[in-house]
Structure formats: C-alpha cells, structure tokens
Design a protein around this ligand. Structure first.
Ligand code: PLP
Length: 391
C-alpha cells in the first residue's frame, strides 16, 4: 500500500469495512461505544487498540478512516482530524508551546491564523517574531537557539507568496525547532511538504478536501509520537475534534480531489494567462505565471501554480464594480470550491488589519482573490471579461 500512487491512496487508503462489507465508507454516527465488561472498559481506557474506540471526541471509526487516508496521501505517519482548519492550526501550535517559548512566523497569514499567533499565543507568554516569509535572511536572523517552532503558510492568502519549505526547515532544524506548515493553497495534490522538511502539516479540509462547500474540517499531520503524544491529548480534552459526518464528507471529497484540483489549476493557469496585461487590470498575480517572482520555487516545490489567482483592479470602486457585474463567479469567501468564488480581501477576510499592515502585505484596495472552480474555462473567461469591461 505504501507503493500506491496518490490517486490510489485517495480512493482506498484507510478504509475499514464493517461485517456488512459496504463499498462506500460507513458513517458511524455515534459518540459512545459499549464495553462487554467493566474490565474491558478499564483496559481500553488504559490503552485503546487499533479498532477500539472510547468516545467520539477521542476518536471514531469514520474519523479514523479520514485520518488514515489523508496521512497516507501526505506521506505522514499519523493525523488528527479537527472540527475546522482553525481548530487544526490552533491545536498544532497550542498543544506544543508553553509560556517562555519562542516562535517565528511569516507575517503574510490568513486573518484567523494571525489572530492565534499575534493575540492568543502572546497572552499565554509565548514570544512570536514575525518575518517576511519570502526573505530567508529574515528567517535566519529571527530563528534563535531557543526557538521552539516556526509557522508559515506555504503559499500565502491572498497575495500568493511562496515560502521555501526546504530552506526554512533547514534553518529551523539547525536549532531543533519544529516546522509547522499551513499547506491549504498547495493542497494535498501538489504537496510534498513532509519530504521537503516540514514536521507538521496542517490543512483546512473545508477548502479543496471537501471542495464542495458542505462542511468545515481540518487535519494535523505529522510523526506518530507528535500526533498521539502531543496533539491528541490536547485536542481530545479541549473539544476540537471532527464530527463523524464531516469526516465522511471529507472521505468522499478525497476520492475526487485530485481530479478537481488539477482541473481547477489548469483553468486558473489559463485565466491568469488570458487576463495578464488586460487594460482594466493593474496586476495579475498567479504563481504559475513566468513573471511571478517565485515561479521557479513554486515549480520545484509544488509543480503547479494552484487553484487561486489574484487580480488588482486599481481601486476599491473598480473592484466592487467588477464583483457586482460577475454573473457566474460568486461573491463569497471560501476557496477551493467547485464553484468559482471572488473575494475582496481588504474589506472582508483582512478587514481587521490596519491599513499599514494591508499595505505591507500587498492587500491593495483593488485586489480581488479569485478561487477557480470547476466551470467551463471559456464561460469563466467570458464572465470575467464582461465584468472587467464594467470596472
Ligand atoms: C481557510 C483557511 C484556514 C482556516 O480554515 P477553516 O476550515 O475555515 O477553519 C486556515 N488557513 C488557511 C490558509 C486558510 O485558507
């Protein structure tokens, strides 16, 4: 099974069949499990076996199938499934740090990730140093002998900066720090993060793993000792575990993820090339374009530019006109969905940030983040072109 390619793993890994031999994975919608005897209960609380469960906050057969399948796909020893991507980011960080620890993080982060690193960790006495994640000299200067962890989004939201997993991991490992990568934009399809040096990989499963806008979910992946020894006790006692129904949706999502993500990426590349140089646009940002500052890095690290692009309409007024004129592309704030979605980060996902910080992150007033869906590329291009004509 370890020799299977990703597409085979995405369909078969982790499957546990009941006595009925069902083809599609069963949903074990139960929070509790029965013990034959008091002695059995005692023994299971002491150490639960592979197919023994105690309480759904600790583990559940459907959730375990999802954990095993995505761990196989990612090349990780183990995984812990979480209620949302943010439960996963919070769990990966908070389970391992304590007061007095030092963490280095890239500054270009999803708003809620920034909240955890900037507001939550500091309240509990963890010191966090922020760097420009694309500048290796800044990482080298910030990482100290007592640095406990480094954290970054391998491709940042929404400006699509790419961070060199191999190079940052080398710097972090030199001082024994744990490398935690939020890998949402890379998707499990294009990820080789663990082989490239990451110790812990986190996904919001809400995005490409479900990919159909149905449920929240997250996953923390890493070495078995870290997942079962550090993450599981924290997550199972603080309540951020994934529900069995969500795990079932995510399992079904994994089966089609490769096909969806590759099709979405091909369309994103096509749209970025077609829109580049459009007279209504100040800028088209897409890591798959040869003029992207980290085009070579993204090719080496992921092999493709991903499913999201960003276009700069020059001003907020122009961006709003374009958004309001779109007929197929929806105004919303999810990404990785089958439906194409346009977001205005400056007034929504990143509204909370002071203007100076928006400027330094490249979140300009005219910027629209475009998550490319599964519609026909020609229809999407026609929709964007007609909307840009009104910008
Ligand atoms: C969406 C997102 C998250 C949070 O995931 P939720 O499932 O919404 O909690 C974390 N990191 C990145 C990069 C994201 O895009």
């Amino acid at each position: 099974m370890t020799t299977w390619k990703k597409r085979t793993k995405a369909v078969h890994s982790g499957t546990r069949r009941s006595q009925y031999g069902e083809v599609s994975e069963a949903i074990y919608l139960t929070q509790g499990f029965v013990y034959d005897t008091a002695e059995d209960a005692e023994a299971r609380f002491l150490k639960a076996g592979e197919d023994e469960f105690i309480y759904a906050r600790y583990g559940n057969p459907t959730v375990a199938m999802f954990e095993d399948r995505i761990a196989a796909l990612e090349g990780a020893e183990d995984g812990f499934a979480c209620a949302s991507g943010m439960a996963a980011v919070n769990g990966a960080l908070t389970s391992m740090v304590k007061a007095g620890d030092h963490v280095v993080s890239s500054r270009a982060l999803f708003g809620s990730c920034l909240y955890i690193l900037e507001d939550v960790l500091s309240r509990f006495g963890v010191e966090v140093t922020f760097v420009d994640g694309t500048d290796l000299d800044q990482w080298a200067a910030a990482i100290r002998a007592d640095t406990r962890a480094v954290f970054f989004e391998s491709m940042s939201n929404p400006t699509l900066q790419v961070i060199d997993i191999r190079a940052v991991s080398k710097l972090a490992h030199a001082v024994g720090a744990t490398v935690i990568v939020d890998n949402v934009f890379a998707t499990p399809v294009y990820s080789d993060a663990i082989a490239q040096g990451a110790d812990v990989v986190v996904y919001s499963a809400t995005k490409h793993i479900d990919g159909q806008g149905r449920a929240l979910g997250g996953i923390i992946l890493g070495k078995q000792e870290f997942i079962r020894g550090t993450v599981e006790p924290y997550m199972k006692h603080t309540g951020g575990s994934m529900s069995p129904f969500s795990a079932w949706l995510m399992l079904k999502g994994l089966e089609t993820m490769d096909l969806r993500v590759r099709a979405q990426t091909a369309t994103a590349q096509e749209l970025a090339e077609a829109l580049q140089g459009h007279k209504a646009l100040k800028n088209v940002i897409y890591p798959g374009l040869s003029d992207h500052p980290q085009h070579d890095l993204v090719q080496a690290q992921m092999g493709a530019g991903g499913t999201v692009l960003a276009i700069d309409c020059g001003s907020q007024a122009a961006a709003f006109k374009v958004l309001n004129a779109l007929e197929i592309v929806l105004i919303s704030n999810n990404l990785g969905d089958a439906k194409s979605i346009a977001t205005h980060p400056a007034t929504t996902t990143h509204q909370r940030l002071p203007d100076a910080q928006k400027d330094s992150l490249g979140i300009t007033p005219g910027l629209i983040r475009l998550s490319v869906g599964l519609e026909d590329p020609a229809d999407l291009l026609a929709d964007l072109t007609q909307a840009l004509g009104k910008g």
